[in-house]
Design a protein around this ligand. Structure first.
Ligand code: ADP
Ligand code: MG
Length: 700
């Protein structure tokens, strides 16, 4: 059966091929459904009239009623515009049109009363309205009977192509009239009734043209719930199918290598590490495949948990791989493992993009015949040429750098899908975790090893630079090492950010050799040089490491006590937090100095202040999500959130999300494959969603 919502948008009255192209390009709208599900991002109250004298801010939509006193075309070329002087008796404001000048000139008359709707912008110390909507006070505004008018996101090109907010609304009105009666309900009757929700018709009508605030509220509630519900249902269903179908590798016994390592640890495990190991242990004896996300702040000891888990595999005759996002990290993991597993006879190896051909061949062979027990490495591990004898566990460190596809590639490396442990040091707020990793179980290490002193964080500006250098010298004199991190290398010249190259010069001038040794690490370097400099610093032979954010993840140098972050305003909160986590690993006092310009946007200031006030990664992550929204949340896309949310907001709709997830769980418990008659709608909607997800994967 053909669904009317699948109709090409060009067939909607008022659209046509040209506008259709524009809608697709600017807003991604290609069908009636896309259009209908493009919701206003805010609403303006059209019941209220402003007087011109009370306009005191730009950025809000206002409505005024009055008359035009003068119309003129001014300016030339691109500045050519039609200006109408408008007054309501309390003051004057200019209505300005750059486009459709001729048409507006014919339409606008001096004398009659108009209703003008638009967003004031600041111009010559006063306000004007650029491209406002102008209607005769007597005329009905089509499709806008309600007092609230939806404001849709728009672009320059759309407006230029004649699709301003008013036209867009009108198209929505036309579309609604056409399809609303033919729309099928998209949620089962029983859900609508338990959740006391409005019908889909009501919701769509009122999300575009709310009759009043309450109606809008009901519409939003339903649509947000529905969106989050289907997302959760889809994730939960995948999870339940997988756990039913996949038989997991069994790590029945706790053997020699685990026990030996465990009993020789140089320190006791933290309570959180023990708890997580138990959770993992439960998974690997369950007979089902483990898919677990391990979240833990930087330095919380995730790597050790990974190693101990790998030893569980080894003791049961299986291989394990531990995959890191960067060469530096893979190296560090590999070099760090020896001190733990000494004497166990477990054979480990390292495979990265830089492994020489001969060695690579040997490693490939060792993995195939099973002589290598644990392999560390980078993306090189998921290349097709890598085959295991019997991979039992795959650990992926810093998940946000790996896509879902890459994760699943690991599965094909063994007859039985290996257990998967994904580790991330970017704490992800609960709501986001439930969505990004809704198909995983989540463990959290929420405790740092004892004896770590909090990192003192300060915010300094250029004025403090001299003081900062003095401070670094003092620390270096006391035998410590320092990081200095820059946002990017080769920043566009127009921007006045310090780039790493300038920074490096300045640093070597301020800290001259041979008294000071400065190492440098960045993304554009040859691997050997990078490894060399990194090593210099890691071995304590360099005092200073100048770097880009490549050192963000994982690097463990206990003797480093200061992290200076240049142009700190350019980093996101979670990235700042990651960077800060590079210090504070030894027993000494450690410091994080956030350097910024003197002037900061209020948002940047907020971020920097938050960094100075808390060291709790989860608190920062929650704040980051609220401030920036999930779209910007670091790595959201790469992590494979396959659907774009139209209306729900992961930062603020936490309750609705939990409600949706709970309902999803209840439904799947009773009807795991959604086969019952009453759940037929659910299965159908999930089918639609899958189409959407597939399309998405093509784009990204
Ligand atoms: P993460 O990977 O979570 O950032 P690591 O596993 O690299 O953290 O651990 C950071 C440092 O803490 C390492 O030097 C590690 O040996 C040490 N460590 C791990 N667990 C403990 C513990 N229970 N007690 C003391 N130190 C620990
Ligand atoms: Mg780590």
């Amino acid at each position: 059966m053909v669904n009317i919502l699948d109709t090409d948008i060009k067939f909607l009255q008022g659209v046509g091929p040209k506008r259709a192209e524009l809608l697709l390009k600017e807003l991604g709208i290609s069908t009636f459904r896309d259009m209908l599900y493009t919701f206003p991002y805010r609403y303006a109250d059209r019941s209220k009239f402003y007087s011109i004298s009370e306009i005191d801010s730009s950025n809000v939509y206002i409505q005024i009623r009055g008359k035009i006193t003068k119309i003129a075309i001014v300016g030339e070329k691109r500045g050519r515009r039609l200006v109408a002087n408008f007054t309501d008796g309390t003051g004057y404001i200019e209505l300005v049109f750059f486009q459709g000048i001729k048409w507006m000139q014919e339409k606008l008359k001096i004398g009659p009363e108009y209703i003008v709707f638009g967003k004031p912008s600041i111009f010559n110390q006063g306000y004007n309205l650029v491209h406002p909507e102008v209607d005769l006070a007597t005329s009905e505004v089509p499709g806008m009977a309600g007092v609230m008018i939806g404001i849709y996101s728009s672009t320059e090109k759309l407006r230029g192509g004649g699709i301003g907010n008013k036209v867009f609304s009108k198209l929505q009105a036309t579309l609604l009239t056409l399809v609303i009666d033919k729309m099928e309900e998209t949620l089962p009757e029983y859900i609508i009734s338990i959740k006391q929700m409005c019908s889909i018709q009501y919701a769509l009508q009122n999300i575009h043209f709310p009759t009043d605030v309450q109606a809008l509220d009901r519409a939003q509630r339903r649509l947000k719930f529905e969106e989050l519900f289907y997302l959760q249902l889809s994730l939960l269903k995948q999870k339940s199918i997988r756990s039913r179908n996949s038989s997991g590798v069994l790590f029945k016994k706790i053997g020699n290598s685990f026990n030996m390592t465990y009993s020789h640890l140089p320190f006791p495990l933290t309570g959180a590490q023990k708890r997580v190991l138990k959770e993992i242990r439960t998974d690997v004896v369950s007979g089902r495949q483990m898919n677990r996300l391990l979240q833990g702040d930087v330095g919380s000891g995730k790597t050790l948990v990974a190693i101990l888990s790998a030893l569980m595999a080894v003791d049961n005759g299986y291989q394990a791989c531990i995959m890191a996002p960067t060469e530096v990290l893979a190296n560090q993991h590999y070099n760090g493992v020896y001190k733990f597993i000494e004497g166990t006879g477990v054979k480990v190896a390292l495979l990265t993009g830089n492994t020489k051909t001969k060695e690579r061949k040997e490693i490939h062979a060792g993995l195939e015949d099973g002589t290598i027990n644990i392999i560390f490495g980078t993306h090189a591990l998921i290349e097709d040429t890598v085959q295991f004898k019997n991979l039992g566990l795959a650990v992926i460190d810093e998940q946000h750098r790996f896509g879902v596809d890459q994760r699943s590639k690991l599965w094909s490396k063994s007859q039985i899908a290996p257990h998967i442990l994904v580790m991330t040091a970017t704490p992800i707020p609960r709501t986001l975790a439930m969505t990004l990793y809704g198909d995983l179980d989540v463990s959290v290490i929420d405790e740092l090893p004892p004896g770590r002193k909090p990192i003192k964080t300060v915010h300094w500006t250029e004025n403090n630079r001299g003081m900062m250098y003095q401070f670094l010298k003092k620390e270096i004199k006391a035998g410590r090492q320092v990081f200095i991190v820059y946002p990017l290398i080769k920043e566009s010249e127009k921007m006045d950010y310090k780039n790493l190259e300038d920074g490096y010069m300045a640093i070597t001038e301020e800290f001259p050799a041979p008294e000071y040794v400065t190492a440098v690490v960045h993304g554009q370097q040859k691997a050997e040089n990078k490894a060399y400099d990194m090593d210099l610093f890691a071995k304590g032979r360099a005092h200073i490491l100048v770097a880009t954010s490549v050192i963000e993840v994982g690097v463990d140098i206990p003797n480093a006590s200061v992290m200076v972050i240049e142009s700190a305003e350019r980093f996101g909160l979670s990235q700042l937090h990651q960077l800060r986590g590079r210090v504070g690993r030894g027993a000494d006092n450690s410091y994080c100095i956030l350097m910024t310009g003197y002037k900061l946007s209020s948002e940047s200031r907020q971020r920097i202040e938050l960094m100075c006030s808390t060291s709790d990664g989860f608190e920062l992550a929650e704040a980051d999500l609220k401030m920036r929204g999930p779209g910007d949340f670091e790595g959201t896309r790469q992590s494979g959130l396959a659907v774009e949310l139209h209306i729900a907001n992961l930062g603020t709709d936490t309750h609705i999300l939990e409600e949706a997830r709970n309902l999803g769980n209840v439904i799947l418990e009773k009807d795991p494959l959604l086969e019952s008659h009453e759940n037929a709608i659910l299965e159908r909607q999930l089918g639609n969603m899958r189409v959407e997800m597939k399309d998405y994967s093509k784009i990204s």
